[in-house]
Design a protein around this ligand. Structure first.
Ligand code: TYD
Length: 211
């Protein structure tokens, strides 16, 4: 089972992931967690290039897309597919939908071109379930600054950009409603966690009764 967490910057995905995995393990599920860009040594080296806004200011948008995809291709083959083949539930913090939301809807790169590229990148591996942690751009960005997290090159885009990203996510949900579950991430972290737990347990128990 392949589950991904998506959302605009500051949606809180990253801090929700480990408690969520621990909860599912308590319920007897064999869960591994990972993140993008990253997840393998090669992918993490590509991550360093992508998030180093101080040195890589001249990066062309096409270069950025291809680096996200390069990092992902390695992650899929070296980590995600083997874990799934081993019967694990893989929970990944960001995946292909981030490229559609950020590079596609955020930067205006043609969505169909990106979809073809993502098919090539992933060898056709897409999530069974995706949770969107939905938060307004301004709230997400404000949280990030308050949280004292490092301000990276990608964070520095304008609020307008993040509004397009959030709208892009909504479009992706509309295009594929069966794969997505939307979580209100403007609630307290405890309530967000509880809702995520319920949605995933429900999904997994439905899967078990289908199989
Ligand atoms: P990261 O520090 O991991 O942030 P977050 O905790 O919000 O996931 O940085 C990842 C940044 O990269 C984030 O701003 C989203 C962006 N991104 C893309 O633009 N395209 C992609 O395909 C991926 C995976 C991430």
């Amino acid at each position: 089972m392949f589950i991904t967490l998506e959302g605009p910057d500051g949606s809180g995905k990253t801090s929700q992931m480990e408690p969520l995995a621990a909860f599912l393990r308590e319920h007897g599920y064999d869960v591994v967690t990972t993140r993008e860009p990253g997840g393998t040594p090669i992918s993490n080296q590509v991550r360093e290039i992508l998030l180093n806004r101080m040195e890589n200011t001249a990066m062309h948008p096409r270069t950025e897309i291809l680096l996200f995809c390069a990092s992902r291709a390695q992650h899929v083959e070296e980590f995600i597919r083997p874990q799934l083949a081993d019967g694990k539930i893989v929970i990944c913090d960001r995946y292909a939908d981030s490229t559609l939301a950020y590079q596609g809807y955020g930067h205006g790169v043609d969505i169909e071109v990106l979809k073809n590229l993502l098919n090539f990148t992933t060898g056709g591996l897409f999530p069974d379930l995706t949770l969107l942690l939905d938060v307004k751009a301004e709230i997400g960005l404000r949280r990030r600054q308050k949280g004292g997290e490092e301000w990276n090159r990608l964070d520095a885009y304008a609020v307008k950009f993040h509004c397009r990203v959030q709208k892009g996510y909504h479009q992706l949900v509309e295009d594929e409603p069966h794969r997505w579950q939307v979580i209100d991430a403007e609630q307290s972290p405890e309530l967000v966690q509880k809702e995520m737990q319920e949605v995933i347990l429900n999904f997994l128990s439905n899967q078990n009764s289908i199989n």
